[in-house]
Each structure stands twice: as structure tokens, then as C-alpha cells.
Design a protein around this ligand. Sequence first.
Ligand code: DC
Length: 684
Amino acid sequence: MSAEQRPPFLDLPPIHHAQGVMQLPGSKSISIRMLLLAALAEGKTVLTGVLDSDDTRVMRGALEACGVRIEAQTGKRVEAQLIVHGAGRFPKTEADIFLGNSGLSARTLVAVLAFMGGRYRLSGVPRMHERPIADLVDALLPVGAKISYEKQQGFPPLKIEPGQPKLEQAIRVRGDASSQFLTGLLQAAPLLTAKQDLVIEVEGELISKPYIDLTLALMQRFGVKVQTGVTAAGSPRYVVTAGARYVSPGAMAVEGDASSASYFLALGALTGGPIRVQGMGRTSLQGDVRFAEALSMMGASITQGDAWTEAISPGAVSTNATGFRLKAIDADFNHIPDAAMTLAVLALFADGSSTLRNIGSWRVKETDRIAAMATELRKLGADVYAGADFLRVTPPEGGIAALKSATIDTYDDHRMAMCFSLVTCAGIPIRINDPACVAKTFPTYFDELARLTQPVVQSTKTVSANKTVPVIAIDGPTASGKGTVAQRIAAALGFHYLDSGALYRLAALAAKNRNIRLNQPNEIAAVARNLEVEFQDGRIFLDGDDVTDLIRAEWVGNAASTIAVFPELRAALVQRQHAFRHAPGLVADGRDMGTVIFPDASLKVFLTATAEARAQRRHKQLIEKGISANIDILLRDLQERDARDASRSSAPLIPAEDAVKIETSNLGVDEVVNKILDLARKKM
Ligand code: DC
């Protein structure tokens, strides 16, 4: 968006309540790293869930300028899938590269291009030309790189010419200004290790270490294992052995952005919630997942699954944000510098002074974040002390009620805009200048905020309406007849119908279509989240194709059962299933309808039948459709699938405690339907 088109400000109304589930955009840190690694890898890499934002476009544009072929999957969600044709070495040996204001792209590209054997010029927006890069250049020059400054010493724009690696000595890099320099050197390592090992040593302290752990984890996914140790002085030391090279892992999914999650978790903590973020949880690789710990130190209640995190207020206040205070904190936030900005704003809601320590890296980010944060917090009435590498925030004496509405400047810094939007939870309006700066990492941020913060009357209505919509949950093993029975009951009562098994089948089919193997839970979950599915007049469409019959194939059912064991996939499908709950009611069939998805269902039924009876039914169905089938093989498959569905640790196939069990081996469909309709009449 050009400067002229950007709206000058956005007026945000007070927020009194927020709740709901949001899907996080892809992680910026992972997207940028993966794009570069995929470009350097041998082979094609299919990246799912790559963040589509200003910064990731910078990296993509730079790689394309260097001749790397990147295809975007066409469709409604352009960012959903990128196919990177790895080049090993970049095809073009001359390019003028625009870095925007993406620090990570700049620092990782410089290190890579220094040994690519070509001539490159790198420049960015004016702020990029104020962001120091000397620590990286100083590390690269002694080992043979040829890099010069076009204007001011120590800052971009840069000119890179072909260098000759000289690796007799270790590469030494300072780690106390930004860990991105080290990430750049590490990622470039395989370009230097054709003949010998490469040793990288950090001089002095290494800040933001979790970002280095992320770099190492992703390099390993691309086949390069870095050995870690310590120097004599006790600083980190890394060794990449001769012959190391990147190899495409095939397909990879990008996790949700943990820094972006911080605003929504804070929102849940400030307004009651619950707010659940999907795409980031216990198993996340990103350092900023630890924001949740800080939030719970401030008193919020946090629950977490492998791929989701949920926050509610201390004491789960109902609708009024002013009725409670968070606990003030004083801690070292070197490990979560980005998410710590959110804590600085949360400090306004605390019961005393909060101190954020060891955040010196803020000074060289999109703007001098310590200075910017202090200036803007003071506008609201806080007392702020800005140290060289720390910030102390004291809310006004009267607490939240004494906060003043203000116009917040954002300094072309996405995080300033997103953090300060949370001040509205104090029940005051806020004006955010240049709101479009959020496009750097989260173009739809304000839309998401609005969606989760509907006025309280509306939100209570939606929730209670939704919760009062009756659900009949019908669970049971494969071929127990639950699909046929559930559809008949839905038709008899005029209810909506959810065939949850179809969602697992669709996920399996979509994964196959995208060449994703069945042992890649994160990738499969990402596919499931982005499924383009339509249920229309009894037909099911996937990516626009009618797959109603195809998903009934035995191989799809077996694949569905195989992937259904992954908690990541199950979490990815929860919201889709809840979305079927509409008035006047819902009949849902599956394996965990009564236990996990609709535990508050008005009626829960568990259908059983002997394996032999079910194999007979399935055989008859197939023969009727003109498909030849062997009953022994059907029986064996069915027993295997039962065992898998029943023994998985996540949402296994078991009856809910309050389910009514019906053994159907000797019953016809009409008999089962009538029994359930009778129960429904009595119970609902
Ligand atoms: O009901 P079905 O055969 O269409 O389901 C296919 C597979 O999907 C099944 O073997 C297990 C899985 N599934 C599940 O785990 N949970 C559900 N609620 C529905 C299906």
C-alpha cells in the first residue's frame, strides 16, 4: 500500500468484552526462514500456511530477484501454499534487492549472498538504512566476504561482490545487539562447508536465544544438523561439518505466529475471555510461546494444548474490564523481546510498577521501541522510566479508571499499533495513527479484533443462542450404521446434520492431493484448517470438486482413521464442527461427538454392533453399489480401524458416561431410528 493510500488513523471504540476462537496467521519468523532454506535446498518444497505480509513478501521478492522460482497456489487463500523450487545456488548472479524494513530478511540474505558468488545490491526503506548491520559485516569480512557500504558506514544500503571463503579461523559474531546476525551466519553455513567444517563463535552475550533454537530446529528439518557447544569464554559455539547441504523435506507447514498470539491472549486476560488462539501451543518451536507464562505470572489463567492456547481473566470477570487488576511483574524478557511489548501495555492494568528487563534489542528494531513505548504510555497517564535496556511502567494512581484516551503514534511499527489497541480494554476509546503498519506481519489484525469484541449484548446473545441449540450426538465404530441413522433422525426432527467422519476423510484426501504423507501431523492440521469445503444439498465439494463418492472409498476411510490419531488435526477440526450447531438443532455423528465436541449434547447415543455384523453390512452396501468386495478383508480392515480408533490417546472411541448404548447387530435401521426418536422426545 502506498503512503498516500494508507488511512491516517483508526478510531477504536472501548472494548468491554471479548471471546471466541481465532486462527493465527503463519509465523513471520518461521515463514521467512523457511522460504530462504527452501530456496537453498535441493528439490521442491511445498510450504503450507506461509504468512502473507509485507515482511514475507520482501523475502519472497528477494529470492525471486535472485532467480528462485516460487509458485503460489491459486485459490481463495493465496498464502495457503507456496511451492519453492530449490536452487541450491541462486540462478541469478546479479540483482538489486529491496529489503523493505524486514530486519530478518536483510540479515539472513546478506550472509547468504556474501558467498553466492554474485554481485548484489541491498537497500530498503529509510528506517532500514538506520538499522545497524556492522556486526554481521564485521563477522563476514575476515572470512573472505566482499561487502561495502554504499552510504553510511555500518548501515544498508550494501554492495556485495563475489567473495572467496577463508575458513582457517572461526567466524566470530557479536550476539548482544541482535540474534538475527547469528541466524544469518548459521543459515548460510552450508554455502561454506564444501571442503571443510565451519565454526561460528559468539562473542559476549547472546540475546533472544530462543530465535537461535528456532533457526537450528528449522535447519535440521532441512537436513543440516548443527553441533552446539561453548567457547573457552563460555559463549555459544556452533560447528557445521564439511559436506553439509540443505535437502527439501518435501512439505512443511508454518506454525501460527506466537508473537501475534500475544495480543489475543492479552485480550482474553483483560476482558474475561475466553479467547483461544489456534495454531500455537505446547509443541510450538517459537520462543514467544513463553509469553503465556508471563501472562499467567500477571494472574491470567492459561490452558494449552499442543497447537492451541487459551486465556481468561483472573477471576474470569464477566463484562467489565475495570473490575480487576493484573499483578505487576518484574522480570528479564530477553527471551521474548517481541511479545514483551504486549506486557508493557498490560502493565497499565497492573496493581503496581512493572519492570521489563534486558530488552536492549528494542532499540534497534522497527523503531527505537523503548523510546516509542515510553512516549506513548505517558500519553495515557502512566509514569514511565526508560533505561538503556529496561522499561519501568507505573499505572496512574487511580488505576485503569484514571487512564486517559489518547492518539497513539505507531512509528511504522506494527507491534506498536497492535499493542496499543489493547488499551481500549480499559473502557476508553483510542486513536491509532497509521493503522496500516500492521500489514508487516498481520494485515487483518483489526478485523480479527473487531470480530472477537462484538458489543456485549450481541456476544452474550450469540453464545447463549448457540449453547441452547440442542445437539443429538451419535457415536460408534465404523459401519455401526450411525451415518444412516443420524441422517434419518435429522430429517425427522428438521435438524441440521454433521457427518464428522467426512471432515477427517476430507482432510485425508486433501493431504493426499497435496502430496503430504500421513505421518506429518502439523502439515495435515494446516491443510485441515484451510480446507475449502462446501456441503451442499447432500453433496460435498473439496477445492470446488465434487468428492461425495470419492471420500467413501475404503482407502480414504483407512487414511482418515490413521490421521485421526493426531491431536493437531483434531484441534484443527474443532471449530469447523462447532460451526454446524445452528437452530433449530443438530444431529452429529462420529467418534467423539458426545465426549469431546459436544459434551453438553442433550442426548448422547452410542451405537455398537459385532464386527461380523458390521462387515456384513459394509459388504452388502458395496455389492449394491456394484463394487466387488471380500468380506474377510473387510472384516480385518474394520477390526484394525476399530482398534486404532479406540486406542488412540486423543479423543478415543469410547461411549460418553451419560450415553445410551444401543446394540444394533440384530436391529433394522427403522428400529434404531425409532428408539432414538423416542429417547429424544423424552429427553429434549
Ligand atoms: O465415520 P467415518 O468412517 O467416516 O470416519 C472415518 C475415520 O475418521 C474414522 O475411522 C476415525 C475418524 N473419525 C474420528 O476420529 N472422529 C470422528 N468424530 C469421526 C471420524
